[in-house]
Every structure is written in C-alpha cells, then in structure tokens.
Design a protein around this ligand. Structure first.
Ligand SMILES: *Cc1c(COP(=O)(O)O)cnc(C)c1O
Length: 710
C-alpha cells in the first residue's frame, strides 16, 4: 500500500518523543522499582532520539538526492544556530556544575562543542550536523543503499562501545580500539556511529514511500519491541552496558514505528514541531527550576523524592513553557493576509503546461531559455525560475545584473544570461554569481577582457534591429572579439524586430535578419572559431517561425501563457494564462443621479447608481487610462467608472445582485464563466501585455497555486 504524501502522525509523535526524552533525564518510575525505571528510561525512551533523526532523514532525502547543497547547508546552519543558542542557555549550569575548570578546560570544551555537546542532551545538534555531512558525502559516491550498509557497519562499531561494551572489553585489540575512541569522545552515541543509520532509514522510507498493511507493521513492531526490551534487560542483567543508547533491536523497532506513524492519520503542525524542539532544548533547565523551587519551599518530599510527580512537574512545566514560546514565535511571524487588499495569483500548473506546449513546438535539439527579466514579467522571478528548474529548465535570461544576482542568491541553478549592459565597474559580480554577460560590441568586449578574470559571455549580433550588438557584417570586429583571451564565449545570438507580424514585408525583413545571422555564423565557423550556442527567436519567433533550428528559443511572454496582443500566429497553440490580478470591494455606495464620481468630475451619474470602491489603483500597476474597462464580481462584468485613483478605483455594480464589502474583484483572470485577459486589458490601455505586466507594482502580494510536488 502506498503511503500518503503527508506526514501522518509524525508531528504528534514528536511531542511524545519529547516527553520520553524528559523521562530519560528524570527517571519517573524510580520510586516504583529500578527495573521498571530501566525499562522505561533506558530502553523505551531510547526511541525518541532515533525518531527525531529519522524525521530529519525523511524530509532531507529529496534535497540530498537532488544535490541541493544550499538547502542542506541552510538546514545545518539552522541547527548550528539552535545549538549556539542552547550552549549559551546552558552556560550558567555548566559553570555552576564546575565544567570547564582547570588548565586544559578548553580541550574539554572543544571536544564537547564538536562531539559530545556542552550539556548532556545537546550532543544531538553536533551529532545531527556531522551525521548529515557524512550521509551527504557518501550518498554522492555510493548511493543510498550502500550508504545505508555503511551506516549499519558504523552502528555496529557504536554498539560495542555502548550497550555491548562488556563483550568488546574481553578482546584486547578491540578494547584498545575503544580506548582510543573514548579518549576523544565520551560515548559512541554520536554523529559518526549512531546518527547515519537512522538518517538513512528515514531516507529509505521516503524513497520507497510504500509499505505493507498497518496490521503487518503493527505486528512486526510489537515483535521487535518485545525483543528490544528483552535485549535491554539481558544486557543489563549481565552488566555489559557502558551506556544504553544503542541496541540491535532498536533498528527494526524504529523502522516499523516510523511506518506505522506515517500510516496513522494526523495533521502536520508547525506548532507541535516547535513545541517538541523547545521542550527538548529547555527541559534540563526546568529540572533545575523544579529542584530549586521544591528546595525553597521545603517540598522535596513531594516534588523530588516522588520520582513520578517530579517527572510530571518537569514535563508540564517544559510543555507550558514551550507552548508559550512557540506561541510567541508564531505571533512574531504572523503577517497580514496576502489576499486582504490586492494581489496576484500565479498558477504554477498553467506555467508547467505552457512549458510542455512550447516544448512540443520546438524542433528536436532546441531547448527553452526562460526569459525571467522584469520580475518574470510581473510573475515573481525567483518563484518562477525555481519552478522552472524543477521542470528541467536550466537556462535563463534576465535584463540586468541585479536580476541575475537575485536569482543566484535564491539558489536558481543553470546558466543565467544577462541580456543587457552591465557597467564594467561591476563585472566582478558577474564572476561571483556565475552569470553570463552579453557582449554588446567590440569596445565593450575589450573593456571586459582587460580585467583578465575569465568571464562567461555570449556575443550579441545586430542583424537589423539596431539596438545592442555587433553589426553582423563587421566581420573583422567580430573576429577581434573572439581573440579576447579572457572571454569564454559560450554562444552567439541575435534578436528579431518584427517576428510578431505576418505582413509580407515584415516576414521578408525577418527572413533577412535570419539570413544575416546564418551567414555570419557560417563565416565564423569557416574561421575555425568556436561559436557555442545559437539563438535568435523569442516567443513570436517560435510561434511564427517554428521550423528554425537553433540551440535555444528565448521564450518570455508565451511562457506566461499570453501573447503581446491579440495577434494571429502561425502555430495555433492553447497557452494557459498564468497570472490573475484580484482585489476587494472596500465599500458599496448608493449615488443619486446628477452626481460626479472620482477625481475631476469626469463621470456623471444618470440615474440612481450603486457603486463599489475597489482596493487597487495605478500605484499597483493598473494603467490610469483603463478607465473604460471593466472588472468581474460574482462572475459578472462591472464597468470601471470615473478616473482610476492611485490606490482605488470605482465600479458600477447597479446591475449586480448583492455586492458586499470584502467581495473579491477580478481585474485580470477568470471568475465563473467570465474571463478578462491580459491582452484585453493591454489593448484597452493602448499597450502590450509585456508592458502591462512588467509594470505591476511592488505593493501587490503574490499567491502561488499548484506548486510542483516531488
Ligand atoms: C525580452 C526579450 C526576449 C523575450 O521576448 P518575448 O517576446 O517576451 O518572448 C528575448 N530576447 C531578448 C533579447 C529580449 O530582450
């Protein structure tokens, strides 16, 4: 049976695991007998940390597999920060307990810092980080299965320094081996020996994402669990344990427990995750608080001597404290609703469909270069580029250096070509962020070459548009560019100026541009110059000249599911608009006849009218001359009346039933069976969609629907 994609009961179990960790450090059953306590704290509670490790493996799997190093690094950084914070939190207790005294205190400190943790439960953080690094390293070379086998081997080594130590000590050379280990670290329960196996087990479960029935898993869990208890008691009875974190049967027990948790119904809850983590970190402090308070009020008998009450008190206190802190974190992170006023909705499913539609048009070896300049035509460059990355697009074009840097800083992969001019004073940023610069002319090439830093570039040919580029007939100039030894020339491209038109003259002109481009490339090749990638078509170049075969098509507007105008094109394709613009009704008004609406008294009411004030205006990017357009409310058209204001516009809802404050207003997009397209709006404003969308204001919020799921 296939596991669900969601997290099952993992999050609720985090809380249970946190209570088990507290049990571990408070021995709740001690008042009832040493064996009972041993079973609970030294055996059962030992499932908690492996559980946390498996969860990490489970969620990190796809990032490690995809080689998303920056994500892994960001995760480790977060753990390191949490660790640093915890170290400081427990420093007073360290000092109080007299740790880090004497001459060589710093050696102990360094050992603790990197392996054992500066306070007893904190080993988890350096352990997790080390474990992740080891697993990441091995996965690259060995794959998951072999990494898992290696982890088993490490775990076995760990076992004999932990629960099975008594056996290891009987063989001299093994004993010496562990003496060596224990001169460096206090336990084998650490990032090297114990963490990898549980991380990789979580990964294996994520990778498989299926399992036998819940009943089978329960059965196997119970069997493993009983054997785990037997194992623990046996080792204890024979005094073989040096420490009691690692057991053989812990491995199958955890495996089946995890599968069961995934099969149970539960809710993913960030709050529970935060509470469990905070409880894990702070509970030793709560132990101190309980002891100190009990001492102060002479209540030791109840709160300390009775181990169970002691445990309960510490648990409740830790939970309440954690819940309070978690609430505080949530409160601080709360932001106003993105759909409160005016927003853009981006349908990533439509984006993916457009990629497929365009790919079908491309000849065999031609690839898409996604043009994501101007914030991806108002669609949000980072989100769009990352989504495209996930769908196999590894080549992007931006207009400016800053746009390229923004993508790289947000971990967009692949080639990023800067189409525009980059000021030579900034060229080291091209190198630092691995951007490919367009060479716009010979003197520019020479200027960049002077820096001598080996830049990736593409040469721009001017074949008739007379904007950027080297004149395609200036062959000697071109050859000189190719002689610049510090420029790594990755491609050569041009741009068509009327590929959107199907007028015979315009087609002629486009064909001339194409012919010039081809001739120049042939000449360069005849000169034995490596020309790299070739591309000349943008969206209309592809749609109207689909038979051209170059290495890339630089698709911009078509990727977003629209055209610049309501143009006829040669390739009939059903592109899907990706973007919608929505806002809210702020207020509904009854206006008597003979009154004027909005600035400038341009619109006079003829009769009693109902108007709605809408929460979007020209500062949000709507052109001010859209004042003869309409919007959609309740799936019906409502004309825009009077002038559009900076932050608001007013519509006529006289003929609409029951329009109310807070109703959703669609400016571009679908509502019911009605749709307003970007082309229509652009047309009404006397412009093209490219301009309309690229000028959408920064005040609009973004909502991304239907993201890609691995
Ligand atoms: C903007 C731009 C494109 C993309 O054009 P669309 O018509 O949006 O596909 C391609 N190439 C260059 C050089 C551009 O400036």
């Amino acid at each position: 049976m296939r596991l669900k994609n969601d997290t099952g009961a993992l999050d609720p179990f985090r809380l249970i695991a946190a209570f088990l960790v507290i049990a571990n450090h408070t021995s709740p059953l001690l008042s009832f007998g040493e064996n009972a306590d041993f079973i609970l704290t030294r055996i059962i509670a030992r499932t908690a940390v492996p559980f946390f490790l498996m969860v990490s493996g489970y969620f990190l799997y796809k990032y490690i597999k995809n080689g998303d190093n920056s994500y892994i690094l960001a995760f480790c950084k977060k753990m390191a920060l949490l660790y640093a914070f915890s170290i400081i939190l427990f420093l007073p207790l360290n000092l109080y307990a007299g740790h880090y005294k004497g001459e060589n205190w710093w050696i102990t400190f360094i050992k603790d810092l990197f392996i054992d943790g500066t306070f007893y439960h904190l080993w988890y953080f350096p352990g997790l980080i080390l474990g992740i690094l080891i697993v990441r390293l091995c996965m690259r070379r060995l794959g998951l299965q072999l990494t898992f086998l290696l982890s088993i081997f490490l775990y076995l080594l760990g076992l004999f320094g932990d629960s099975y130590y008594g056996i290891a000590t009987q063989i001299t050379f093994i004993d010496t081996f562990y003496d060596g280990i224990f001169s460096i670290t206090d336990y084998t329960r650490n990032g090297l020996f114990m963490v990898p196996i549980f991380l990789t087990m979580g990964m294996l479960i994520y990778q498989g994402r299926k399992s036998s029935s819940l009943k089978n898993n329960l059965l196997l869990f119970i069997v493993s669990f009983v054997l785990l208890v037997v194992e623990g008691l046996w080792l204890h009875a024979h005094s073989l344990q040096r420490h009691d974190s690692m057991y053989i049967m812990l491995v199958p027990t955890m495996y089946y427990l995890f599968l069961i948790l995934l099969q149970l119904n539960g809710k993913s809850s960030k709050n529970l995750r935060n509470i469990a983590t905070i409880m894990y970190i702070i509970h030793p402090w709560m132990i101190v608080v309980v002891r100190f308070t009990a001492d102060l009020f002479k209540l030791e008998h109840l709160f300390i001597v009775n181990s169970f009450v002691h445990y309960l008190t510490v648990s409740v206190l830790s939970f309440v404290m954690a819940a309070f802190l978690s609430w505080g974190i949530k409160w601080r992170k709360q932001t106003p609703s993105p759909t409160g006023r005016a927003w853009i909705e981006i349908d990533l499913q439509a984006l993916r469909e457009n990629i497929e539609i365009l790919r079908k048009l491309l000849p065999g070896n031609t690839k898409l270069m996604a043009v994501v300049k101007a914030n991806a035509y108002g669609h949000g460059a980072v989100k769009v580029a990352k989504e495209l990355n996930k769908n196999g697009i590894n080549s992007f074009a931006v207009a400016t250096l800053a746009e390229g840097i923004q993508l790289r800083k947000n971990r967009v992969k692949g080639e990023i070509l800067v189409l525009g001019y980059t000021n030579p004073q900034d060229i080291r940023f091209l190198k630092r962020y691995r951007l490919t610069q367009t060479i716009i002319g010979l003197s520019y090439a020479r200027e960049l070459n002077k820096y001598g830093i080996g830049l990736d570039v593409q040469v721009k040919l001017d074949t008739g548009m007379h904007r950027l580029g080297v004149d395609a007939s200036q062959l000697t100039e071109l050859k000189r560019i190719y002689r610049c030894q510090h420029l790594k020339i990755k491609g050569i491209y041009s741009h068509l100026s009327v590929s959107d038109s199907l007028e015979p003259e315009d087609i002629n002109s486009t064909n001339e541009q194409i012919a010039k481009y081809n001739q120049t490339i042939e000449w360069l090749q005849s000169q034995q110059l490596r020309i790299g990638r070739r591309h000349i078509q943008a969206s209309y170049g592809l749609l109207n000249y689909p038979d051209l075969q170059y290495d890339y098509v630089r698709a911009g507007i078509a990727l977003y599911g629209i055209l610049s105008n309501n143009d006829e094109v040669v390739s009939k394709v059903e592109l899907k608009p990706v973007l919608a613009i929505k806002a809210r009704v702020a207020m509904v008004k009854h206006v008597p006849p003979g009154e004027f609406v909005s600035y400038g008294r341009t619109y006079e009411t003829k009769e009693m009218m109902i108007t709605a004030v809408v929460t979007i205006g020209y500062a949000d990017g709507l052109p001010r001359n859209l004042n003869h357009g309409h919007v959609l409310i309740h799936g019906q058209k409502a004309p825009i009346i009077g002038r559009i204001c900076m932050d608001q516009l007013i519509v006529d809802v006289t003929d609409l039933a029951n329009v109310q404050t807070n109703d959703i207003v669609t400016i571009i997009g679908k509502d019911g069976s009605e749709r307003i397209t970007s082309e229509e709006v652009a047309n009404k404003c006397g412009t093209i969609t490219n301009e309309l969308l690229s000028r959408l204001g920064s005040r609009l919020n973004y909502i991304y629907k239907n993201p890609f799921f691995h």
